[in-house]
Design a protein around this ligand. Structure first.
Ligand code: AMP
Ligand code: ZN
Length: 136
């Protein structure tokens, strides 16, 4: 689905370290960082370094690496909350905005209204620094 388009891709730019991100995990195949407009406190994204639009474009050989990274990130998120959503939006109608495959890990808290309709505030640098400490 779709032609790989690394040019102008914000997540490719983060992978290349051309754009800033609060990194929580990095390995040969993946990167994970704090979502800039978090649905809840500690909302994270796990991305393959390879630019693909969606899961079905990722070479199968890279499935294990991605899942391993998701699991490592979940383990970190469990320091914030043992309740969390792990999800992927595939296609615009499903809410995909960034067309570089990413897995959301969204910690859940009592009464958080994570998926309710409300403006999403940009993550502050202070909050990002605090979260990076807590996530370890
Ligand atoms: P999706 O709707 O599944 O495509 O999710 C894209 C996510 O990327 C959203 O939750 C955005 O808040 C997040 N996002 C967009 N730009 C950045 C960025 N530069 N750094 C971190 N997260 C971002
Ligand atoms: Zn990309």
């Amino acid at each position: 689905m779709g032609v790989p388009n690394e040019q102008g891709c914000i997540f490719c730019s983060i992978v290349r370290k051309d754009s800033p991100a609060a990194l929580v995990h990095e390995d040969q195949e993946t990167l994970a960082f704090l979502d800039l407009f978090p649905l809840t406190r500690g909302h994270l994204l796990v991305v393959p370094r390879r630019h693909v639009d969606r899961l079905t474009d990722l070479p199968e050989g890279e499935y294990p690496g991605l899942l391993r990274a998701v699991s490592a990130v979940c383990r970190k998120v469990e320091r914030l909350s043992t309740h969390y959503n792990v999800s992927m939006n595939q296609g615009a109608l499903a809410g995909q905005i960034v067309f570089h495959l990413h897995v959301h890990v969204i910690p859940r808290y009592e009464g958080d209204n994570a998926f309710g309709r409300r403006p999403r505030e940009r993550l502050s640098e202070t909050e990002a620094a605090a979260l990076l400490k807590e996530l370890g």
